[in-house]
Ligand binder design. Structure first.
Ligand code: SF4
Length: 64
């Protein structure tokens, strides 16, 4: 089960991160708020990333 810290860490390092809502919301989004949770590719805690790269990204983080 992904936790919020991990989703933030992955979102911030993920090259495929795309904010769910562009425009007003995006302009108010702080860099610290970047997280898989608000990425357009995120399909929820069960399906997770539709690109299937969440776990890969997470493992890459662990190696640093
Ligand atoms: S949901 Fe997927 S594409 Fe989006 S930031 Fe997370 S790992 Fe990257």
């Amino acid at each position: 089960m992904p936790n919020q810290d991990q989703m933030m860490a992955v979102g911030q390092s993920c090259s495929e991160y795309t904010p769910l809502q562009r425009g007003l919301f995006a302009q108010r989004t702080n860099p610290e708020d970047v997280s898989c949770e608000n990425c357009i590719h995120w399909k929820g805690e069960t399906e997770m990333c539709e690109l299937d790269i969440y776990l890969e990204q997470l493992l890459n983080l662990d190696q640093t």
